[in-house]
Design a protein around this ligand. Structure first.
Ligand SMILES: NC(=O)C1=CN([C@@H]2O[C@H](COP(=O)(O)OP(=O)(O)OC[C@H]3O[C@@H](n4cnc5c(N)ncnc54)[C@H](OP(=O)(O)O)[C@@H]3O)[C@@H](O)[C@H]2O)C=CC1
Ligand SMILES: O=C(O)[C@@H]1CCC=N1
Length: 289
């Protein structure tokens, strides 16, 4: 594997990204970087942002389609269709898609909150569907993706979906009723870490470091802490205890966080994220009635 000089893709099927925004690009970039697909296998389409499509052609060499006939053809011909539009746009997109689908075409949804059942109801048929929740770190091969399959997904198609997402990070197969919780942790999680990093950089600058210094120190601290948890196998709480000398400087910081109920606030935020995913899914169910 990987010794041949000819470029060889790990996945044979053609892939059409239906929706060409941040998440579609994160997955595409990871897949292309790792030669899981070659750009020639990939078609991308969106609703109307032509500049975005031009950028995707230039940056990745993928095929893009914009007129209606080409779009329909691209969707009809794809072995795998990745549903990558916002939840609010999903119902209209699925209705357009339905008459074009052949029974064995695999749909891979990355849409938050949208249940398999709702997708099938909006399509009016039992298409094979992999409901996934990746995150933007897939861009650099460090994604964390949750997956659940509809009954119609064949064993072979499952292998393909796992391959796609394992190539850009880790994969966790879960029950569908756990998808919102997973979204709260890993789907949206990069944003929480960035939020913490924003605050650390701001504090550094406020204390007189240059922005570059504060940024470098914050990045290395975040990477180091994540690797420590992974490589030592210790719980974050144990590792935290080792940084926190009794009555020392770290303890003083943690006391401020505790006084402001920071841990409970984070847990509440994650719960709210899961609830919001559910709400977005519920709004889509209403489109059915
Ligand atoms: N961003 C993230 O971290 C994550 C996002 N997700 C999920 O990914 C999905 C997309 O999110 P994100 O990439 O951030 O969103 P973006 O707004 O960046 O992209 C949405 C894309 O969908 C296109 N689109 C909308 N309606 C249609 C339509 N009818 N036909 C074709 N294309 C359409 C838009 O086209 P145009 O611009 O032309 O309107 C745009 O290219 C969401 O459902 C989200 O829940 C999942 C995990 C993580
Ligand atoms: O914010 C959102 O709705 C999506 C879901 C996970 C990450 N972004």
């Amino acid at each position: 594997m990987g010794h041949s000089s000819t470029q060889h893709a790990l996945i044979e099927q053609s892939i059409c990204f239906y929706g060409a925004g941040s998440m579609a690009e994160a997955i595409l970039r990871g897949l292309v970087n790792r030669s899981v697909v070659i750009p020639g296998q990939v078609t991308m389409l969106n609703r109307n942002n032509q500049d975005r499509l031009q950028y995707l052609i230039q940056r990745y060499g993928v095929t893009v389609v914009s007129n209606e006939t080409d779009r329909d053809q691209a969707l009809q011909q794809a072995g795998i269709i990745v549903l990558a539009m916002k939840p609010i746009d999903a119902a209209a997109a699925l209705r357009q898609l339905s008459p074009l689908l052949k029974p064995d075409q695999l749909l891979v949804s990355v849409i938050a909150g949208l249940e398999i059942n709702t997708i099938q109801n909006l399509l009016g048929k039992k298409q094979p569907i992999a409901r996934t929740m990746p995150n933007t770190s897939s861009t650099i091969g460090l994604g964390a993706t949750g997956i659940v399959y509809s009954e119609e997904v064949s064993a072979e198609q499952r292998v393909t979906v796992r391959r796609l997402f394992e190539a850009v990070g880790t994969v966790t197969e879960i029950a569908e009723n756990q998808m919102e919780t997973l979204t709260g942790i890993s789907g949206s999680g990069p944003a929480y870490i960035y939020y913490m990093m924003e605050a650390m950089i701001a504090a550094g600058v406020q204390g007189g470091l240059t922005h570059e210094q504060a940024r470098e120190l914050t990045i290395q601290t975040a990477i180091g802490a994540a690797h420590m948890v992974q490589q030592t196998g210790e719980d974050p709480a144990e590792l935290r205890a080792k940084v926190t000398s009794p009555n020392g400087a770290t303890a003083a910081a943690i006391k401020v966080f505790d006084d402001h109920q920071m841990k409970q606030t984070i847990i509440r935020g994650i719960e709210r994220c899961a609830e919001r995913s559910q709400e977005m899914g519920a709004a889509l169910k209403e489109e059915l009635s």
